[in-house]
Design a binder for this molecule. Structure first.
Ligand code: FAD
Length: 396
């Protein structure tokens, strides 16, 4: 349906039947949002590769994009864009590593948007090198006392829960001394402060954690096993960030509309703009097809190839929004950060916002390293801190 790919697999019939049954029992136009999303979850169409009973049908991920496009085209709210961190990161992490109680408590609420989630990974001294983070969690009674500072926390100001990675053993190697928690953001000691971006938005925050008492029931995965759990989160984050743009949608659609509305299509300057548009249109389509092909080959969960989509998509988007700015001409110079604060839509917004796309969710430089090593099989980069306990690694 729509722009999605519908491969001819044995699973197609199962998925089509589940979609038809859902839409008949809960017509999107006449069903309240929470009830509708709850019904999608109960039908196993939320994450089709999850086991039956927890939002899935136990299928491969091949039809994931098809289900998403079919449901949203039929009027189901865009559950990925509405709750990107919850859907794309918290859900898969909890499904793979969570206890039965954590799965039962969180997954349906994540999908229906009842609980908003944020990701408490990056710190002022740990971004690309996430495993060097220094937020501490010290055991106390039947819980943990957490102290530290996180930064760039998207949706932190709205979130009920955060995906937190903290250091529980500073004497261990940096990847081995980490533990992962599902942090209740309403706990005493959690302070969220907004950060203003150049677009005027404040979509992300600094989060200060001061003597936050976290129950051990909020731990996900074993003590010291947080890095493995974080890898699940990050692989899913790249998949979501790289895969939600519809074919011929988003930036390239905007550029095409601007070109169509243009009076001068024949001058030398216009022909240069047209060349750029065609080049970007082709690259956009190749990136989309490459992503779709990778998704079809993937049997379960995302792999390092999600990084390829993320690198390509962020670079193409940035160049396409640059072209949009050139197509608008002088009108692109008018931008009001104050209007952005009020949520007023402005033409130049995505030109500014797209600059972040090659940084968020792993910078393009670092993802190229991932592709080189884990997809192409090239030797890993030199790591001067390899084999050294975290508390002996020099840091500023
Ligand atoms: C819009 C936005 C939203 C974000 N949301 C969240 C969020 O919700 N939660 C969260 O935890 N984080 C979030 N982040 C943080 C994001 O994950 C980090 O910004 C990113 O991982 C880079 O880390 P850093 O900013 O510390 O840069 P650094 O790691 O300091 O990197 C600085 C520069 O050095 C380059 N570099 C670093 N290491 C290498 C290397 N080994 N080889 C080559 N080049 C290298 C980088 O590519 C970059 O250009 C967000 C960021 C943005 C921009």
């Amino acid at each position: 349906m729509g722009n999605s790919v519908h491969p001819d697999t044995d699973e197609s019939a199962i998925v089509d039947a589940a979609i038809a049954k859902l839409l008949q029992a809960h017509p999107p136009a006449r069903t309240e949002t929470q009830e509708l999303l709850g019904a999608v979850f109960d039908s196993g169409l939320a994450w089709i590769h999850f086991p039956v009973g927890i939002g899935g049908l136990g299928l491969s991920t091949v039809l994931h994009q098809y289900v998403y496009s079919s449901l949203t085209a039929a009027g189901v709210p865009d559950y990925i864009s509405e709750t990107p961190i919850g859907y794309g990161m918290a859900g898969p992490t909890i499904a793979e590593h969570g206890t039965e109680a954590q799965i039962a408590h969180h997954l349906r609420r994540i999908f229906t948007g009842e609980f908003v989630w944020c990701q408490l990974f990056s710190e002022p001294g740990a971004g690309s090198d996430l495993a060097s983070l220094s937020t501490r969690a010290v055991p106390t009674g039947d819980g943990w006392l957490v102290n530290g500072q996180k930064v760039w926390t998207t949706l932190g100001h709205l979130a009920q829960y955060g995906l937190l990675v903290a250091r529980t053993d500073p004497d261990a190697l940096k990847h081995q001394g980490l533990t992962y928690f599902l942090l209740d953001m309403t706990l005493p000691g959690v302070e969220v402060r907004p950060l203003r971006q150049m677009s005027g938005d404040a979509e992300f925050n600094e989060v200060y954690l001061s003597d936050v008492l976290v129950p051990d029931s909020a731990r996900i995965g074993g003590v010291g096993e947080g890095w493995g759990v974080a890898m699940t989160t990050l692989a899913n984050e790249r998949l979501v960030l790289g895969a939600t743009t519809p074919r011929h949608g988003g930036a390239i659609d905007e550029a095409l509309a601007l070109w169509s509305a243009r009076e001068d299509k024949t001058s030398a300057a216009a022909r240069v703009l047209r060349d750029r548009l065609l080049d970007l249109w082709i690259r956009d389509d190749v990136a989309w097809l490459t992503g779709a092909r990778a998704a079809q080959r993937r049997e379960s969960g995302p792999g390092p190839e999600g990084s390829v989509s993320k690198i390509a998509r962020s670079s193409i988007n940035q160049q396409t929004y640059e072209l949009c700015a050139d197509l608008r001409g002088a009108a692109s110079l008018i931008y009001s950060a104050a209007a952005a604060l009020d949520g007023t839509a402005q033409p130049g917004y995505m030109f500014l916002r797209s600059r972040a796309q090659s940084i968020e969710g792993g910078s393009s430089e670092v993802l190229r390293d991932v592709v080189a090593h884990r997809v192409l099989g090239l030797p890993p980069s030199h790591r001067p801190d390899k084999g050294i306990p975290w508390n002996e690694v020099p840091r500023s």
